[in-house]
Structure formats: structure tokens, C-alpha cells
Ligand binder design. Structure first.
Ligand code: SF4
Length: 294
């Protein structure tokens, strides 16, 4: 299958004629895209003549083999390595993004500058490397969701599992489809304050409902919470986050991750003593708590 054969989905025409526009339903932003324009993520477009398109589908800017713990997933196939692919674009705008060079590059590369990897080629790459899992990671992977859903059965036929490292902002309908296509996910829950979430270009309630659905739908779910000074370092919010996780399952692993200055954020790195305080609180309620980047 050629990646070019994968059509962009999750959209509908909302207005036709001179002021034609399409509504994208892939993520919770539900962008209304006028003809000639693009969505907030920078990788999905609408033109009256060509319809809706996502020219980056099946095109990747990075491919690497990582330890599974780097995703981070500590309780799914521990000790293994995973084929890791990243594309471009993101539907959130976190000013501290560690991967801003691909999520929000100063100049968006043209699709031709990225490498096409068909699902069949991905199987060969993975099998040749002696691996049995693929992670869509580095940028927000749901920017590639049509590819992921098309590749998943091809990978599965060859004994290869699919993994998502995501901000969890996808639509409810997509969450249902995703549950059947992936084996494991790490979802980055940025904060438990809805206003801060909004400022980062996300929606707390959307992320919460997707996590709940994935976790109760047979997907192995681990969560990451990056502690950014002045953004997501409130103990009150953290206590509510832990309470929510405990309400789903005490078995869900939580990764408390240390921030370092990046992109548009130059606050000092997270105080490790504060992270240990958070970890001590979480460990009293959850079975698996890990500190990351310390
Ligand atoms: S994926 Fe999200 S941000 Fe991108 S066009 Fe669709 S609704 Fe907008």
C-alpha cells in the first residue's frame, strides 16, 4: 500500500460555494477550515477543488530504535526495544515542548522532505531489526491517524504491536477506533487545571475521557505528568490528578517527569525535591509511580 493511497478522514463539508469550508473532527478542536486554509495542527488542509487533505500521511521525519522505557512505558514488555517513528505537526501549543523542532518547526518542511514509509516497509524495518512493536511518538501521533489505522492490521498480521505516545486530545469517535488498533499508550496529562490546559491548546475533560475509555477498553495505559515550574507544579492540582487516576485504577502507572528549559520556556528545571514530594503523595495511592528525567 502506498501512503499516498491513504485519504484524510474525519472531516465533512460544512459550507459549499464561494465560502466553502470543512469541519475536521479528528481532534477536540474541531477546526472549521475555509477553502485554502489549514487547521491549528498545521498538517491538515482544505481546498474547494481538492477537498480535505493531509499530505504528511505516511511521511516521517525521524525513525529510531528506543528502549520501551523511553516512551515511557515501564509495565508493557519491559526490557524490550521499540521501533519509533515521528512526523510533523501538533494540535497543542505547549511553550515548553521538547520536540518543538518537529511539532512546531520555524519552517514546516514540505511533505517531500520527509521519508515515505509504507506499512509493508514498516513491517520489514521492524522485523529486520528483530523487534515486535512500533511506537508513533516524538510529535503528536494522531496527526498520522489514518496511517496508523491502516498500518495496524498489517503490522498485527506480522506479530507487531502498535503503541501511541500522545497528548490524548483526539475525538471521542477516534478514541473508539484507536482502542481496537493499539496495544499500549502513554498519555501526557499536562495539568489538572482546565484553564492552564486551555492556555496550552488542550482540553482537560477531553483528555480525561479518552484516558478512561482507553484504560477500560483493553489498552495498556501509562500516564505522564511533566512538572513545569509556574505551569503544572501545584500540589492541589496534583492531588486531584492522583485522585482521578486512583478512581480509574490504582494499577495505572504514573510517570512524574522533570522539565528542562526548551522552546519558549526558560524557567529553571523542576526542583527534584518537589518531584520527590509529588512522588511520595502519588505512591500512597497508586501502585506504580516513576520519576523521569532526574
Ligand atoms: S486535527 Fe485537530 S487541530 Fe488539526 S485540523 Fe483537525 S481539528 Fe484542527
Amino acid at each position: 500500500m502506498s501512503p499516498n493511497a491513504i485519504e484524510a478522514g474525519w472531516w465533512r463539508v460544512e459550507r459549499s460555494g464561494d465560502s466553502s469550508a470543512a469541519r475536521c473532527g479528528l481532534c477536540r478542536h474541531e477546526c472549521l477550515i475555509r477553502t485554502g486554509g489549514g487547521g491549528r495542527c498545521g498538517v491538515r488542509f482544505f481546498a474547494q477543488s481538492e477537498g480535505f487533505s493531509s499530505p504528511y500521511l505516511g511521511r516521517f521525519i525521524s525513525a529510531a530504535i528506543d528502549p520501551i522505557e523511553k516512551k515511557p512505558l515501564h509495565h508493557w514488555r519491559p526490557g524490550t526495544r521499540i521501533m519509533s517513528l515521528g512526523g510533523v505537526g501538533c494540535n497543542m501549543v505547549c511553550p515548553f515542548c521538547q520536540n518543538h523542532h518537529i511539532s512546531h518547526p520555524a519552517r514546516m518542511p514540505s511533505p517531500d522532505e520527509l521519508s515515505e514509509i509504507t506499512p509493508e516497509a514498516l513491517v520489514r524495518l521492524t522485523v529486520d531489526a528483530g523487534l515486535s512493536s512500533v511506537a508513533y511518538t516524538y510529535n503528536e501521533p494522531t496527526m498520522q491517524v489514518e496511517y496508523i489505522l491502516a498500518a495496524s492490521p498489517v503490522l498485527e498480521e506480522n506479530g507487531i504491536a502498535s503503541v501511541l505516545v500522545t497528548n490524548g486530545m483526539f475525538s471521542e469517535a477516534l478514541c473508539g477506533e484507536m482502542s481496537g488498533a493499539i496495544s499500549a499508550a502513554n498519555v501526557d496529562v499536562k495539568t489538572f487545571d482546565p484553564e492552564t490546559y486551555r492556555a496550552l491548546g488542550g482540553k482537560l475533560e477531553a483528555v480525561k475521557s479518552n484516558v478512561e475509555r482507553l484504560a477500560t477498553g483493553g489498552v495498556h495505559v501509562e500516564l505522564t505528568n511533566l512538572i513545569v515550574p509556574g505551569v503544572s507544579d501545584s500540589m492541589e492540582d496534583f492531588v486531584r490528578l492522583v485522585e482521578w487516576i486512583e478512581g480509574i485504577s490504582r494499577e495505572i502507572p504514573l510517570h512524574i517527569s522533570r522539565y528542562f528549559p526548551s522552546f519558549r520556556c526558560n524557567a529553571p528545571p523542576t526542583d527534584v525535591a518537589l518531584m520527590r514530594k509529588f512522588s511520595a503523595h502519588a505512591s500512597a495511592h497508586l501502585k506504580h509511580v516513576h520519576l523521569g528525567n532526574v
